[in-house]
Ligand binder design. Structure first.
Ligand code: NAP
Ligand code: G4F
Length: 352
């Protein structure tokens, strides 16, 4: 461990937090992480790091400003000579559909939680030492005003999640301008992988495929399969987060693959990797995907998965991140889906 490499990650038990913790530990950081108390185990993604002396976990919650202050105070006391503290704010109620069902909690965590953390930094007099990364999102573009979307594209959020994240985006920018803080927004387009939460669409597809192949179910039920997403690999994206905090000056960056694919394409690709060629009949909520070889209906639509306001298409332009940070995604869409199919079905599919 290097005495000058200290980081604090909120959301360390999440998909991105777990990959980021691994990356930072591999770079000799001492990593502090915020975890929530839960009645069930919520640390599966970081269980392999538990006994690593480079990891220290602290109980807390983004809605609890006193604990955020106290954790930062403890970190300051533990590292009295640190010249830099990298803070990655990844904690969020991150599910867009669920944000319509719990809008207030989503705003408290994703919006005001960010403000509380920024205030905890200032109240601990850590503003000049801290480098702050905010997990902003392509959901900010919502009803997109430009194709593809880049840092200068106007925002048009379409969910309580996106509106909460919009507040966070602007408060980060405001604290940068008002107090000179090294605070950056990473505007990340969708990214997943084998640690992706089970109720995000690409993981739901590969897990559903696995259940069908094992005979545990005879169908996969989804919502809007015509929306399009720019989907990359979480492991590639956490490198971009780290690069943002290594820059002399803070700034905002899009991370994206530059390709967009419909949910329908994701389904066809995943099922194709298991040698199931899907054909479709019907449209909208009557669309059904069936196995061309057997005629068996496999994919159904249930409008209960529709959002009151949908984001139809996301397609990112990460040229700025490429030019300034030297960041480029390494994993193709096909490779990413193949990795997930392999994990969830045990079928090895080689992408050529
Ligand atoms: P994730 O897997 O859902 O992880 C979210 C993390 O936040 C978990 O560790 C969760 O803890 C924690 N959390 C939730 N509410 C909290 C609260 N009130 N207090 C403290 N911690 C809380 O999300 P992810 O995919 O890793 O995404 C990381 C961040 O990037 C999120 O802010 C997300 O909104 C944003 N983002 C994600 C994507 C993407 O495609 N993955 C794209 C753009 C932006 P538990 O484990 O206890 O639930
Ligand atoms: O997988 P999703 O739930 O991801 P969404 O809404 O794009 O949000 C993810 O990416 C954002 C970045 O743009 C992050 F900020 C956010 O935290 C999260 O990681 O849905 C993707 C698309 C949507 O159009 C949705 O309507 O898939 C469609 N979809 C169709 N059927 C479904 C389903 N989504 C889910 N979750 N479940 C379905 O059954």
């Amino acid at each position: 461990m290097n005495a000058n490499r200290v980081a604090f990650i909120t959301g360390i038990t999440g998909q991105d937090g777990s990959y980021l913790a691994e990356l930072l530990i591999s770079k000799e950081y001492l990593v502090h992480g915020l975890i929530r108390r839960s009645s069930t185990i919520n640390t599966a993604r970081i269980a392999h790091l538990f006994h690593n002396p480079a990891l220290k976990l602290h109980y807390g919650d983004m809605t609890d400003s006193a604990c955020l202050y106290k954790i930062l105070n403890n970190i300051k006391t533990a590292h009295p000579t640190m010249e830099r503290l990298e803070i990655y704010n990844l904690a969020a109620q991150s599910h867009v559909k669920i944000s319509f069902e719990m809008p207030e909690y989503t705003a408290d965590t994703d919006g005001f939680g960010t403000l509380k953390l920024l205030e905890a930094i200032r109240n601990n007099n850590l503003d000049s030492v801290a480098r702050f990364y905010q997990a902003s999102t392509s959901e900010l573009y919502g009803k997109v005003q430009e194709m593809p979307q880049r840092e200068t594209t106007p925002f048009y959020p379409r969910s309580p999640y996106a509106v909460g994240k919009l507040y966070a985006y602007w408060i980060v920018k405001n604290y940068r301008e008002a107090y000179g803080m090294h605070a950056s927004n990473g505007i990340l387009f969708n990214h997943g992988g084998v640690r992706r939460g089970h109720n995000f669409v690409e993981r739901k597809i590969t897990l559903g495929l696995g259940k069908i192949l094992r005979g545990e179910t005879d169908r996969l039920i989804l919502g809007n399969i015509d929306s399009q997403r720019d989907l990359g690999s979480a492991q590639d994206y956490v490198e971009g987060m780290w690069l943002m905090l290594q820059q002399d000056a803070p700034d905002d960056y899009v991370l994206a693959t530059g390709e967009t694919h419909s949910v329908r394409e994701m389904i066809e690709l995943a099922f194709g990797m298991a040698s199931i060629r899907l054909k479709w009949r019907g449209t909208g909520s009557n669309a059904v995907g069936y196995d061309e070889a057997t005629g068996k209906d496999l994919i159904f639509i249930d409008p209960k998965y529709y959002r009151p306001t949908e984001v139809d298409v996301l397609w990112g332009d990460a040229s700025k991140a490429a030019q300034v940070l030297g960041w480029r995604p390494r994993t193709s869409f096909q490779q990413l889906i193949a990795e997930m199919v392999q994990q969830d079905t045990q079928i090895v599919y080689k992408v050529v």
